[in-house]
Design a protein around this ligand. Structure first.
Ligand SMILES: *Cc1c(COP(=O)(O)O)cnc(C)c1O
Length: 400
């Protein structure tokens, strides 16, 4: 044990030397556009997945509280033994309706949904073809599956086609992609992927974690964004981002596929079900989104207001239309320094560097929420101007 502890302490020191050591910031108020941070006071949050501001919405909180009173704290079991409550069925029916599939199955996280998916029904007769920038949970889901693997260059449809051709003899070709890529904020080329899938007889799975409640006129995700609702074979997504932000995830697909997951998906069989409180607050979040179309309008308006504001200041955010707005600053150390300077100015935004993103493309990843007011966004832009000037990042436009 002493040897192990010494090795870990050495590696942690190395993280600190390289400037990649993560320090946790503790919040003492609910997730919202402004939060109380221990030792800092009030800060504006620009790095949460609370895209619709539902984490602390009164109806969402009330939904969770009522379930706590009615159903207690936990399930005390996995789904198939005695851990399934009526609220799970209600949530799953609502989710399936929302994303346009026959059925849906909840998990304690989208991490569980993804790691409980591919290995459940694919083996070495099959091939998984995965985008190079897919989320870690998809990568781990592939690792614990015996299927053959191919990774295509990010959103490169020529490369995807090559990989499909290379695996034409596989029993099942399984294409898997994020809907919105979390570090770039760009959207998968879903219509092209679907066309290739038809040409090469492949199954398409889209992880909509950053798209559910974000993309499409009514927040139904990547398929709605491209007008192909109902055409994606399998959708996985999280309840831990736009839909209340507590925890939980789901897989939505055909009745048969969902039934098979209930029978065989290991996180379903060997790990507790989603707590009823969280199922109920997530259901309340979904109901709120469906009954309040203005939420999506506000998210879109806030996003374009912030993007335009950054460009006017002279920053160069990655182009795009999602509320993930990455501002590339170059070196990792600069991204981390700017993140600290912005926090000093009362703005909480995380810097990401190598190895999470390519060398020289370190960035501040801003995430916009419907909960931000114009005052919030103006205060953020003022802080960005000050910090950008300090580091000489702004052209003439930002100096005025
Ligand atoms: C956040 C995220 C997940 C993990 O979601 P959890 O429900 O928090 O486990 C999975 N996939 C993608 C693409 C994500 O962005």
């Amino acid at each position: 044990m002493a040897d192990l502890m010494q090795r870990l302490a050495g590696e942690i020191q190395e993280f600190k030397n390289q400037g990649i050591y993560k320090k946790l910031n503790h919040l003492t108020s609910p997730q919202a556009s402004r939060v109380q941070m221990e030792g800092r006071g009030e800060v504006i949050v620009l790095s949460s997945n609370n895209y619709l501001g539902l984490s602390n919405d009164a109806d969402v909180v009330a939904g969770g509280k009522k379930a706590l009173d009615d159903l207690g704290a936990g399930t005390s079991s996995v789904r198939f033994i005695c851990g399934t409550f009526s609220v799970h069925r209600e949530l799953e029916e609502a989710l399936a309706r929302f994303v346009g599939t026959e059925a849906a199955l909840s998990y304690v996280s989208c991490w569980s949904a993804n790691t409980g998916l591919m290995g459940t029904f694919l083996d070495d007769s099959d091939a998984i073809i995965s985008d190079a920038l897919n989320h870690a949970s998809i990568i781990d889901g592939i690792r614990i599956c015996k299927a053959k693997r191919a990774v295509y260059a990010h959103s490169d449809m020529t490369d995807l086609e090559e990989k499909l051709k290379a695996h034409k003899d596989a029993r099942t070709r399984f294409i898997v992609t994020d809907g919105v890529f979390s570090m770039e904020g760009d959207i998968a080329k879903l219509p092209d992927i679907l066309e290739l899938a038809r040409k090469y007889d492949a199954v398409v799975c889209v992880d909509d974690s950053h798209s559910t409640g974000v993309l499409g006129q009514t927040g139904r995700g990547t398929a709605e964004h491209f007008g192909v609702l109902g055409e994606v074979d399998i959708i996985t997504s999280t309840l831990g981002k736009a839909l209340g932000g507590a925890a939980g995830g789901f897989t939505a697909s055909s009745e048969a596929l969902v039934d098979y997951l209930i029978q065989r998906s290991r996180p379903q069989l060997f790990s507790n079900a989603l707590p009823p409180t969280v199922a109920a607050s997530s259901l309340a979040a979904l109901t709120k989104l469906e009954s309040t179309p203005a939420l999506m309008d506000t998210l879109r308006d806030n996003t374009s207001y912030f993007r335009n504001g950054l460009v006017e200041l002279g920053f160069k955010p990655l182009a795009g239309e999602t509320p993930i707005v990455p501002v590339i600053v170059g070196e990792t150390a600069l991204a981390i320094q700017m993140s600290e300077d912005l926090l000093e100015e009362g703005v909480f935004v995380t810097g990401f560097g190598f190895p999470v993103v390519p060398k020289g493309e370190a960035r501040l990843r801003c995430q916009i929420s419907a909960a931000h007011t114009r005052d919030d966004l103006d205060a953020v832009l003022t802080a960005f101007r000050k910090v950008g000037q300090k580091h000489g990042l702004l052209g003439a436009a930002g100096q005025g």
